[in-house]
Design a protein around this ligand. Structure first.
Ligand code: PA5
Length: 437
């Protein structure tokens, strides 16, 4: 993975380096957390990729549930931090292609929110399954009590239990040890996987929350974790010039101070759209805070947006290039594509002759380069993240880079990037309204 920022941020290198250097004691703290290699600090998610116990329990449970290679569908029930990381990786590798690769199995079915029509259609789909070994249900909830997740679990379980009385054996619950869900699993003899209690949902993708369903889906989780572990070393470097997470945080922070309070992740790989959605939660919940660390009301926040190249150039390109200069953009792309596709040498229609014989990626590269040049001409700041390839290793690198970036950004903004007190507000109100009706 390469992080590029020189000559495109409209900031002086000096100010970026000084800002990064101002939190060097926090870099040292992260190194201490890594050295402790336990789960006693808020930043402890950085220790997940090297935790062999997690990999062992995930692999064992996954192998047990697919020992006859019959698995076709993994129903992933969870919302927010409990499913966005899983979906980010699944969609990048498989999900984006699911419609045009109908025979590739197993497939993941994500159940996050509560949509009545979708639920009704899903029930009909589940009723057609004839062999319980074709299905695994994985319900994930850190708290164990999120209304949407538990509703979806009840529906799926009830539907399948009517047909398969032992469907309990195909259910795995992933949750905090000692949550109500955990204790219920213990009582009922349901398989369960733990999430360390100080690892928050949006930092949990390298725990059983993400690893178990991804392993079942065929993702090489060892490579995913190897990428995460490799970039972690770079992102904990105390030489700020070599630390992409720290540089990225410093640039986003400095731009926010200049009223560029929107951070757009502009992916020129459409299969990474769900990674952008994962990052929206990471940035939204980590940085959007009413209070600073001293308890002063500050209503801080940087709004994360997501754009897909080149699709969104045809929808919001005008706004971005001609509208308010209120954004800092991260362009995300690769130059190495997993498969090759070319425009024919003989053009049937010949309406755009310059495309003749070109690889599809040549066209996309030209659009990306054209977009960057237009941003430069319009004096719109950006950084670039070039991943080596869309594979497990590079995705592991990117997600870990972004999680550590967010810890640094929280420090720079003087907010707690690990809590989300205001998410609870709607949850409490929802339960109150349901009780009254
Ligand atoms: O990050 C968060 O805390 C939230 O987005 C949660 O992940 C989400 O609300 C789901 O909560 P839980 O995992 O407890 O069901």
């Amino acid at each position: 993975m390469q992080f590029k920022y020189q000559n495109s941020t409209l900031l002086s290198t000096n100010s970026i380096l000084q800002t990064a250097q101002s939190i060097i004691s926090y870099v040292i703290h992260l190194n201490d957390v890594q050295a402790k290699n336990d789960y006693t600090d808020p930043e402890c998610s950085i220790n997940l990729p090297a935790d062999q116990r997690i990999i062992k329990s995930v692999n064992e449970t996954a192998e047990q549930l697919n020992e006859n290679n019959k698995l076709k569908y993994i129903i992933d029930i969870g919302i927010g931090g409990s499913n966005l990381g899983t979906k980010a990786i699944y969609d990048a590798l498989y999900g984006y292609f699911d419609t045009i690769e109908p025979d590739r199995l197993p497939k993941m079915i994500f159940l996050d929110t509560n949509d009545e029509t979708y639920t009704a259609k899903l029930i009909k789909f589940l009723e057609k399954i004839n062999d319980p070994e074709e299905i695994v249900i994985n319900a994930i909830s850190k708290s164990g009590g999120t209304t949407e997740t538990i509703s979806n679990l009840e529906i799926v379980f009830h539907t399948l239990q009517k047909k398969f009385p032992d469907i309990k054996n195909r259910l795995v619950l992933t949750t905090d040890e000692n949550s109500r869900l955990w204790n219920m699993a213990l009582e009922k003899g349901i398989k369960k996987l733990p999430l360390p209690s100080l690892v928050g949902g949006r930092y949990s993708v390298f725990s059983a929350v993400g690893l178990f369903p991804l392993k079942l889906a065929g993702v090489d989780i060892e490579q995913l974790l190897a990428g995460a572990e490799n970039i972690k070393k770079t992102c904990l470097a105390s030489n700020v010039l070599n630390n992409p997470a720290l540089l990225s945080a410093a640039i986003i922070y400095l731009q926010s101070k200049q009223n560029k309070n929107i951070h757009d992740t502009f992916s020129f790989l459409p299969q990474l759209e769900s990674i952008g959605k994962w990052y929206r939660q990471l940035m939204g919940e980590s940085i959007g805070k009413e209070q600073d660390l001293q308890g002063n009301k500050i209503h801080a926040g940087i709004t994360p947006t997501l754009s897909i190249g080149s699709t969104d150039l045809h929808s919001v390109g005008q706004l971005y290039l001609g509208g308010p200069k209120d954004k800092i953009t991260t362009f995300l792309y690769t130059k190495n594509h997993n498969e090759i596709a070319e425009i024919p040498e003989e053009l049937e229609f010949n309406l755009v002759p310059i495309i003749k014989g070109k690889r599809v990626s040549n066209i996309m590269n030209a659009i990306l380069e054209g977009t960057k040049t237009a941003y430069t001409k319009q004096q719109l700041p950006f950084v670039e993240v070039e991943i080596d390839k869309v594979d497990e290793y590079s995705l592991g690198e990117f997600l870990q880079f972004k999680m550590i970036e967010m810890m640094y950004l929280g420090k720079l903004m003087n907010v707690n990037p690990f809590d989300q007190p205001h998410v609870e507000l709607y949850k409490v109100e929802t339960k109150r309204i349901l009780e009254e009706n």
